[in-house]
Ligand binder design. Structure first.
Ligand SMILES: [Zn+2]
Ligand SMILES: [Zn+2]
Length: 571
């Protein structure tokens, strides 16, 4: 044998060995299911939520992604390209027969929040998660905490006490980040043979399920699965596959879409009119009329979760008053070696190894169902279907949003304010009898620290624990209320962002709720060190080049009592 032939033979043998190993390692094929002899009423639309295109860091155009969704048998796709929500969303449209909805994934300082069903925002949405959650709600949108437990710093959600509408119990991007190199290598090896099954082998979602259960025990929170599809495998050596040029367009959109899907219940079914169907789909998602199916494990799935009390019936996302007994029913076409599980407030209350479950109870709570596949034992069962919740009994009453009683400790004179700004921006402070106006213009160009502010000297008197003022702006916007103490080059600062628009509102900002701004190291403002109070317009929520006017009345340091110290006023 010549050297070349020998090398070829060795390479061939090695190739065969890799091939054989890949086939042996391959995850089980998707179990093909038969349709049951029952059907849930109405129509069920299958689709994908959380998809990136070439408009942000995905590699496919809207048209290419819609075509991939059609090939995977989906009826809708929800696009959530990264953005600040100022781009007007595309109206709903059918492309390749797939209903395409346009949303946005907003980066906050404490994780990502995807929003659908909202118009273009009048100002960039960014900053603290609590503010972005509030802004999305004010705009009438539906917001989803995406990849809440991502291992990548900056991507995990940090604001669990905010009023987010929904959470991704499963996110395909988070699921690979927490895997060992061996496990990932195995997926890469088997992907060419069984793409969707290989991707599904990484999914468990347990951490986010636990978090959802905790949040949903006290208020309504919808759970859905996020494809987080980018079809991008970046340059090796970068810290993230989405940075730098795309090396390969993998995993493909189509295989992502074949891995799992949302099954959304739409009573009337789609009409074919994109605007109507888009609206109905957003409302169905908002109502939690949906469940997630990991289709790569078994398909096509049929599933129904209902609760019955007297002649009332509730489905996923609905609630029932808790007078008298409630009977829960779960049915599916699950394959053998599967369990149906009913959970109340995150705890298992009933489990059967059959396709249907019936359970009667008179206990109020948040109930949800899961179907898990596998024999159990040493190999843990994996989720196949995760439902949304049915709430039995009245949800806990929300505390009324009343203004807390405030007692003025020290009033600030309208004449005390001076303008401050960076070299490119402008600002003019005009005091009146009881109010002060800032006319601002942020410098043009890319955001690079442009700001226009007004500042007054203060020392926080004993007993004062909040800043109170009336605020009005010539347009909807956000203003940063800041306390400053000497230290470092720019001083140490703490801030709280507040919303303002042309209607006057009373705002109370508890000092304890302010968080560090800029390079500040002290987590909370030390009252004795504070020397100034500032109202700042900056590029966090205001586009460069914007000019406008804000008016502040009756600025004072106050003492609040009572539990609720939130921003209040006319909403
Ligand atoms: Zn994200
Ligand atoms: Zn994303």
């Amino acid at each position: 044998m010549t050297r070349t032939r020998k090398a070829l033979a060795v390479a061939g043998a090695a190739g065969l060995a890799v091939l054989a190993a890949s086939v042996l390692l391959a995850p089980p094929r998707t179990i093909r299911l038969r349709q049951p002899d029952w059907r849930p009423p109405g129509a069920v639309l299958r689709g994908a939520f959380h998809v990136h295109t070439t408009r942000s860091d995905g590699t496919g155009t809207v048209e290419e992604v819609a075509a991939a969704a059609a090939r995977a048998g989906l009826q809708f796709v929800v696009f959530t390209d990264h953005g600040d929500a100022t781009r007007p969303p595309d109206p709903p449209r059918y492309i390749s027969g797939v209903l395409c909805l346009d949303g946005v994934e907003i980066s906050t300082t404490g994780g990502h929040y995807a929003a659908i069903g909202l118009p273009a925002s009048p100002y960039p949405l960014a900053g603290e998660p609590r503010d972005v959650v509030e802004d999305v709600a004010r705009l009438g949108g539906f917001g989803v905490v995406t990849h809440p437990h991502s291992r990548k710093p900056g991507l995990a959600w940090s604001a669990w006490n905010t009023g987010f509408d929904a959470i991704e119990w499963l996110n395909a991007d988070s699921e690979w980040r927490d895997e060992s190199a061996t496990r990932l290598a195995r997926v890469v090896a088997t992907y060419p043979f069984r793409p969707a099954e290989s991707l599904a082998s990484l999914l468990d979602g347990q951490e986010a399920l636990d978090r959802w259960d905790r949040a949903a025990a006290s208020r309504r929170v919808v759970a859905l699965a996020g494809a987080d599809a980018h079809a991008r495998l970046g340059t090796p050596g970068r810290s993230d596959p989405y940075e730098g040029p795309a090396l390969l367009r993998l995993p493909s959109y189509e295989s992502s879409f074949r891995t799992f899907s949302l099954h959304v219940r739409m009573p009337g079914g789609p009409s074919g009119q994109a605007a109507d169907d888009g609206w109905a789909l957003v409302e169905a998602i908002r109502a939690g009329h949906l469940h997630t199916v990991v289709d790569a494990r078994a398909a096509p799935a049929a599933f129904e979760f209902t609760a019955h009390a007297g002649d009332e019936t509730a489905g996923e996302g609905d609630s029932l008053p808790s007078a008298g007994p409630v009977v829960f029913r779960v049915r599916s076409n699950a394959p053998v070696y599967s369990d149906v599980i009913l959970l109340r407030d995150g705890r298992e209350v009933h489990r059967v190894a059959r396709q249907s479950l019936v359970y009667a109870t008179d206990k109020p709570g948040t109930y949800r169902a899961e179907v898990r596949l596998g024999r159990g034992g040493s190999r843990p069962q994996v989720p196949w279907i995760v439902s949304n919740a049915i709430v039995v009994g009245a949800a806990p009453a929300r505390e009324p949003d009343l203004a807390p009683p405030v007692e003025t400790v020290q009033a600030l004179s309208p004449g005390a304010w001076k303008g401050e700004r960076d070299g490119r921006s402008a600002g003019e402070v005009q005091p009146a009898a009881t109010s002060v106006t800032l006319r601002f213009r942020l410098g043009r160009g890319a955001p690079a620290g442009q700001y226009s502010a007004m500042a007054a000297p203060v020392s926080i008197p004993p007993g004062a624990n909040a800043v109170a003022f009336d605020v009005m702006a010539d347009r909807p916007m956000r203003i940063s209320v800041q306390l400053r103490a000497p230290g470092g080059e720019e001083g140490e600062r703490w801030q709280r962002s507040v919303y303002a628009d042309p209607s006057s509102r009373l705002v109370v900002v508890p000092i304890a709720e302010m968080t560090p701004a800029g390079h500040t190291r002290t987590p909370a403002p030390p009252a004795s060190a504070v020397t100034s109070l500032l109202f700042v317009v900056d590029t966090v929520n205001t586009a460069p080049g914007t000019s406008g006017e804000i008016a502040l009345g009756d600025v004072r340091l106050v003492k609040t009592s009572g539990k609720r110290q939130q921003e209040t006023g006319t909403r």
